[in-house]
Design a protein around this ligand. Structure first.
Ligand code: PLP
Length: 379
C-alpha cells in the first residue's frame, strides 16, 4: 500500500457491531467481562481502547513499524523511552533539541542519575568521542528545532548498532510522509502527534513505534503503569487529521519552498535556515533521507536585535504568534522566549539560536497571502 492509501485505510476497519465506516469514539473507561478474566480483549481503558488501537495501528503503518503506542503528549512518549534506562546510564543527544526535551532530560531525569551529553551531530564523527561504556541511547532530532540542521540518520544508527546502543529519532518535524527513520536503521521513532500528524492544532498527543517486540513490550508496560494515555476523542481527532496528512504535507512543502526562497531574496533578511537550499550544510543528506524539505524554517533579520524581532513578531496579520507547529494554519514563533526558553542563553547561543531568531511553521493557506503578510511584517 502506498502512503496516501495507508493514511486512510491502514489499521482502520468498519466497526464490526454496526458497520460504521468511521472508527467510533469508544468513550468508556471499562468493559463488561463474561466471567472474571474472560473478555473481548479489552478490560480497562488505560490498558486498551479500540479507538486508540485503530490510531496506533494506523500510525505504525505510516512509519513502516510493526508496533506503535500512543501517549498523552509528545513529552510523555519521550519520557517513556528514558524510563527504560537505569541510574548510571548515559544518553548522547543532538545539541539543538526541542526545549521541552532538553528540560525533561536535564531537569527531571538527571535527578535520577541518568547523564545526558549534548553534541553537535551535524558531523557524525563527534559521536564516537561522546560514547562511553555506559551509553545506552542516542537521541536524535532531525530536522532540528529550530536551526533546521540535518543529521545523517543512517550514519548514527550504524554507529549505534556497532556499539550495541539504541537509537531513537524524534521525527516530529519531518512527519512520516517525508522521512521514515526505522527504514534507516533506527530502533525507536517518537512523534509529537500534536504537530503534523494530527495537523489541526486541536490535540496534544505523542507516539512511539519500533520493530522490536521487546522494546514494544516495555513501552506497553510503562504506558499502562504510568497511564499517560490519550482519550478516545483525541484519538478520533488524530485519526481524522491523518486522513489528509499526505495532501497537507505536499502543500506545506510547496508553500515552505516558496516562502524560503522569497525570504532569502528579501533585502532585510540576513539568513534563512531551510534544508532545501543547495548550500545548506547537509542538503545532500536531507535529499537522501527525506522525500521533500517540509514547511518549517527559521530566519534572522539584518537588524539582529531583540527589539527588531519583537517588532516583526507583533506585526503579523495572518501568521499567529504562537507556540507549536505543523497545523494547517501558519504560525510564527520566537524560540528564545517561547519554545526554547528553558535552554540557558549561553547554551542557545552556542547552537546559533540568537535572541532575534524567528521560526515559521508554514501552513496550507494561499502562499501569496503568506508572502504579503511577511512583506508587511518585515517592512
Ligand atoms: N518534539 C518536538 C520536535 C517538538 O517540537 C515538541 C513540541 O513542540 C515535542 C517533541 C513535544 O511534544 P508535545 O508538545 O506533544 O508534548
Amino acid at each position: 500500500m502506498k502512503f496516501g492509501t495507508k493514511a486512510l485505510h491502514a489499521g482502520i476497519f468498519p466497526d464490526p457491531s454496526t458497520g460504521a465506516v468511521m472508527t467510533p469514539i469508544f468513550q468508556t473507561s471499562t468493559y463488561a467481562q463474561d466471567e472474571p478474566g474472560v473478555h473481548k480483549g479489552y478490560a480497562y481503558a488505560r490498558t486498551r481502547n479500540p479507538t486508540r488501537d485503530a490510531l496506533e495501528n494506523n500510525l505504525a503503518a505510516l512509519e513502516n513499524a510493526k508496533f506503535g503506542r500512543c501517549f498523552a503528549s509528545g513529552m510523555s512518549a519521550t519520557e517513556t523511552v528514558i524510563k527504560m534506562l537505569n541510574p548510571g546510564d548515559e544518553v548522547v543527544c543532538s545539541s539543538d533539541l526541542y526545549g521541552g526535551s532538553y528540560r525533561l532530560f536535564t531537569k527531571v531525569f538527571s535527578k535520577y542519575g541518568i547523564k545526558f551529553t549534548f553534541i553537535n551531530m551535524k558531523d557524525t564523527s563527534t559521536i564516537e568521542e561522546a560514547i562511553t561504556e555506559r551509553t545506552k541511547l542516542i537521541w536524535v532530532e532531525t530536522p532540528t528545532n529550530p536551526m533546521m540542521n540535518i543529521i545523517d540518520i543512517s550514519a548514527i544508527t550504524s554507529i549505534g548498532r556497532r556499539k550495541n546502543i539504541l537509537t531513537a529519532v524524534d521525527n516530529t518535524f519531518a512527519s512520516p510522509y517525508l522521512q521514515n527513520p526505522l527504514d534507516l536503521g533506527a530502533d525507536i521513532v517518537m512523534h509529537s502527534v500534536t504537530k503534523y500528524l494530527a495537523g489541526h492544532s486541536d490535540v496534544i498527543m505523542g507516539f512511539l513505534c519500533t520493530n522490536d517486540p521487546v522494546l514494544d513490550e516495555q513501552f506497553g508496560f510503562f504506558q499502562n503503569s504510568s497511564g499517560a494515555v490519550p482519550g478516545p476523542q483525541d484519538c478520533f481527532l488524530a485519526l481524522r487529521g491523518i486522513k489528509t496528512l499526505h495532501l497537507r504535507m505536499q502543500r506545506h512543502c510547496e508553500n515552505g519552498r516558496k516562502v524560503a526562497n522569497w525570504l532569502r531574496s528579501h533585502s532585510n533578511i540576513e539568513k534563512v535556515y531551510w534544508p532545501g537550499f543547495e548550500d545548506h550544510p547537509n542538503h545532500d543528506i536531507a535529499k537522501q533521507q527525506m522525500s521533500d524539505f517540509g514547511g518549517m524554517l527559521s530566519f534572522v533579520q539584518k537588524k539582529d536585535t531583540l527589539e527588531q524581532a519583537n517588532k516583526t513578531l507583533s506585526s503579523f496579520k495572518i501568521f499567529s504568534l504562537a507556540e507549536s507547529l505543523g497545523g494547517v494554519e501558519s504560525l510564527v514563533g520566537h524560540p528564545a522566549t517561547m519554545t526554547h526558553a528553558s535552554i540557558p542563553r549561553e547554551q542557545r547561543l552556542k547552537i546559533g539560536l540568537t535572541d532575534s531568531l524567528i521560526r515559521l511553521s508554514i501552513g496550507i493557506e494561499d502562499v501569496d497571502d503568506l508572502i504579503d503578510d511577511l512583506e508587511q511584517a518585515l517592512g
